[in-house]
Write a new protein. Structure first.
Ligand code: ZN
Length: 260
């Protein structure tokens, strides 16, 4: 196993054979994502991908809610904690130029990078996942939700189109996506399952055990089969225009920020 650094906003462990787990560990902040958490998630995923003893990754969270989205109180500047990863440049410019670069790096760039990682990644969701909280769910492969899980993206209230990884129509269908965005109201776990966005709904007390059971079952299968199956489904989504659609919405998202 690769050397695991001392993370602050997440935990990394190996809860079962061939399974790695990343746990969001800021429950007192409802797992709001500051820059440090996003870089730590990215680092932890790299460790899991590079570890030949890991076939499947689980992403879980501590506390009542999965994630309240971006940490709006975060004052860390990009490049302050560690070198940037994706190299868009212009991060220190004031105004829309610097803002777009920041979001290209830690929001859209990370989401797209994570979405294309080769190993199956399962997310366990309880409580609320709001706006940027969906950014830590939708890039991944299976979503196990506890029956109290709720998914929302209410940022139309702030003159924005939606959070930065705009796959809403692919996840829940175009009409439901519009209703979710226009009203800002959440979608519950059971409805999300019927829409095909959530893989399974389980009682809160069984979320961890059921997620690990699915992870272990998948992890027992050949890595190369898992990798090529994942790539094939992802490429099917790309053939339907997912990446082009995400980038178009990201451009409008940047317009929204500039307009504000
Ligand atoms: Zn944004």
């Amino acid at each position: 196993m690769s050397e695991v650094p001392a993370f602050e906003d997440i935990r990394y462990d190996r809860p079962a054979s061939r399974v790695a787990r990343i746990t969001l560990a800021r429950p007192e902040k409802h797992n709001a994502q500051g820059l440090r958490m996003l870089y730590e998630i990215n680092d932890a995923l790299d460790i899991a991908m590079d570890d030949d003893e890991v076939n499947v990754v689980v992403i879980a969270s501590e506390g009542k809610n999965f994630s309240s989205g971006h940490d709006l109180s975060d004052r860390v500047k990009i490049g302050e904690l560690r070198p940037t990863v994706l190299g868009f440049g212009g991060y220190r410019h004031k105004g829309p130029q610097g803002h777009m670069s920041r979001e290209q790096e830690v929001y859209l760039g990370f989401c797209w990078r994570w979405r294309n990682l080769p190993k199956p990644i399962i997310v366990a969701v309880q409580g609320k996942a709001i706006a940027g909280g969906l950014m830590l769910i939708w890039p991944f492969d299976l979503i196990i939700a506890s029956d109290d899980a709720e998914f929302s993206d209410p940022v139309v209230a702030f003159g924005m189109n939606g959070h930065e990884f705009f796959v809403h129509a692919f996840e829940i269908g175009h009409r439901r996506a519009k209703q979710m965005l226009f009203t800002g109201e959440p979608i519950g776990a059971e409805e999300a399952r019927t829409l095909g966005m959530v893989s399974e709904v389980v009682p809160r007390a069984e979320l961890e055990s059921r997620t690990l059971a699915i992870a272990e079952k998948i992890a027992s299968r050949p890595a190369i089969g898992l990798k090529t199956a994942k790539m094939s489904v992802n490429q099917s989504m790309d053939a339907m225009g997912l990446w082009n659609a995400v980038q178009s919405a990201f451009n409008l998202h940047q317009f929204g920020h500039a307009n504000n």
